[in-house]
Design a protein around this ligand. Sequence first.
Ligand code: USQ
Length: 404
Amino acid sequence: MHVLILGGDGYLGWPTAMSFSKRGYQVTVVDNYFRRNACIELDAGILYPVPTLIERAKIWYELTGKEIKIVIGDLTDPEVMRSFFTGGVEYQFAIHPTFAGIPQTVVHYAEQPSAPYSLINHKYANTTIINNLLVTNNLMFAVRDFSRDTHVIKLGTMGEYGTPNIDIEEGWIEIEHKGRTGHFLFPRQAGSIYHTTKIMDTDLLWFGVRTWDLKITDLMQGPVYGLETEESIYDPRLRTIFNYDEIFGTVLNRFIVQAIISHPLSVYGKGGQTRGYLNIMDTLQCIHKAASTPAKRGELRIFNQIMETFNVNQLAQKVKKVGADLGYPVEIKHFENPRFEAEEHYYNPTYQGLVELGVEPHFLTAEVLEGIFRVVAVYRDNIRKDLIFRGVNWLRDEKTTIQR
Ligand code: USQ
């Protein structure tokens, strides 16, 4: 089975590549280094240096004898996308440089993933919209034109649903209206330009499924935490990219870093914002289960990819407790919320589908938190306090700039 991973250099992409490779899949990874370049451009902190994709693939080969083929390319260019299906692809790293064949599965992570990035100003909003929608559209047309049996696993986000005052279903809802019923995508109402592009992705792919019988799984994922996976423990150089700054850091990873440098945990506003969370190891399980039980032709299959829900205050309390046990004096502080979002709200999502496929959740225990604390603490001297807040604000206009 050949798996093509779009965006294979990112927080989830590289761990996904290793985990498929370890399980005997032929793996090809493509990335344009967007994340790394954005981190340099915006001076966003990476906790530790990460080798290039080619270096990572070489380290992986030396350790396991398994090949991960690497392409550095921009998937907003349709010809780059199509080359993976026509055989025109040029690998920058491969042990066997012959064409790997048309992928049976494509995992699509090749998106600008940050809500704050998408709201720095109109230019960053444009970059987010152009990148995310063009890559999805190029993929959809490549699959339509060359391989309709290829299963596309697309990373969506729970943020597509927003925080509605009704229970959130897994993607679909039956609506009764004036005595008639219909089956529709669950109503979506995103809280950022980034999250809005994910809604648009889903709509594009739903069109493709209806019109050309494509096979799509759309995974509505919540914020992910953690950095160690089964494969990264072979060698620390294989660890994923880890951000703790305001732009690319997700909340729990940020809190652990803050605790380690005695920065007050940055709870935005009242801290009642509830989301569904998952360990990075569970992201990998979910992708594997989705790949091994593909959607059918003409099916847009949607799962809510979360394992448990917390509000921000609960996360802060957990980090404070584990931090104190490890000897870190942790303070929790409520900062003015730079985002426009509900700070107290109803939140009751369904998330049974992936567990029914066999995913076994790793819950957010004190032990799991402690494990992340211990790895992050090794790099304590690399942590920069000036990156915790960068001045991105949903409601400010042109003056919204990155503080340098
Ligand atoms: N938050 C704080 N303090 C912080 C950082 C965040 O209180 O220092 C709050 C935010 O206001 C928000 C919640 O924590 O209410 C989650 O924020 P986040 O930055 O961890 O996550 P978010 O911006 O929603 O985006 C992340 C990923 C994105 C993914 C999404 C899933 O970056 O790629 O799609 O999680 S979800 O949140 O379910 O939409």
